[in-house]
Design a protein around this ligand. Structure first.
Ligand SMILES: [Zn+2]
Length: 325
């Protein structure tokens, strides 16, 4: 009987030592804490400073997706070179307008890209024809047309397609909107999606509470309606628009709407320097560095456990990417 008693004692000790089974981490309900440094990021999102346009480099577990390329081949080339990027696995077009696709032509020239994602939205422009020609020239590339309900796999996560379900013919309304979820961290990339797109998403419950949103259409008042912003309640909003944008982006009332909802407003181009904004995350916590609208460095969300900002000019993520690129 002694061995059984010993076994019971060992079992009893193990139960006390280990405690009750660990609860699964609470998803979505608790906002992730914000820290100035993420030691080992699984996720890095670089909202590149490309002037009046969008170019967002998403890296998860070493896999890279370039969401849009901005309005200039040269500018995208310079940005990727300065970050030490030596490969891109996939590219994605949210909107086939020049301010999103011209840089993608350069990315396809620079790298052997495996997958090209877009919606069914097209553009009669010469630039779009040039993009399609560049895709056709890419050996072995897979071309994937996305609609709501599908997803883009990247590393160990996926980007869910929230919009569009169908194509209306208005390229902004038809813009792809994506939700990236990495465990506790949720990021929305809205392309040029409009309030019409937002209403379509809201009607079917596809607007989650998010940590970070790349505002639709460069912060135009045709996007970021009040119901949408209220549903998101993001900690950070990123406005990808030129310094002194000829369209006045981001529009003041849109910035004010996000600020009123408790967000910090980050600009990708508020000074003559490279104002690329960077999110790094281990998928439990996250850090955002960059320039606020107006040019000051962004600060962590009040209540975050470690309150100090990372300067925009030297985000730690850049070093990580350069080393791994
Ligand atoms: Zn645009």
């Amino acid at each position: 009987m002694v061995p059984s008693v010993v076994a019971l004692l060992v079992l009893a000790w193990a139960t006390v030592a280990c405690g009750p089974p660990r609860q699964a981490p609470v998803q979505a309900t608790a906002a992730p804490t914000v820290t100035p440094e993420v030691a080992a990021p699984r996720l890095t999102i670089q909202f590149l400073d490309v002037g009046q346009g969008d170019a967002i480099l998403v890296t998860v577990d070493g896999r890279r997706l370039l969401v849009d390329g901005g309005p200039s081949r040269d500018r995208l080339h310079t940005r990727l070179q300065s970050l030490g990027i030596r490969d891109i696995d996939a590219v994605l077009v949210t909107n086939p307008d020049a301010d999103h696709i011209r840089g993608l032509i350069e990315a396809l020239a620079m790298f052997q890209v495996e997958t090209f994602y877009s919606s069914a939205s097209t553009n009669p422009s010469a630039t779009y024809a040039e993009l399609l020609a560049a895709v056709a020239m890419e050996a072995g590339i897979q071309v994937v047309t996305l609609v709501r309900g599908q997803f883009v796999p990247l590393g160990g996560v996926q980007l869910d397609v929230l919009h569009p379900l169908t194509i209306s013919g208005d390229r902004n309304d038809d813009s792809l909107a994506l939700k990236l979820t990495c465990e506790n961290v949720t990021v929305l990339l809205m392309g040029d999606a409009t309030t019409t797109s937002e209403e379509s998403m809201l009607a079917v419950g596809l607007v989650p509470k998010a940590d970070v949103v790349k505002a639709g259409h460069h912060g135009s008042r045709t996007s970021s309606g009040e119901p949408f912003v209220e549903a998101l309640k993001p900690a950070y909003v990123i406005f990808s628009a030129a310094r002194d944008s000829q369209y006045g982006h981001p529009h003041a009332e849109v910035v004010a709407r996000y600020l009123a909802a408790g967000a910090q407003a980050v600009s990708t181009d508020s000074t003559p320097d490279d104002d690329t904004a960077v999110l790094t995350s281990d998928c439990q916590t996250y850090s955002v560095s960059g320039r606020a609208v107006g040019g000051a460095a962004v600060t962590p969300v009040p209540g975050g456990p470690a309150a100090s900002a990372t300067p925009a000019a030297a985000p730690s993520a850049t070093t990580t990417l350069a080393a791994g690129g």
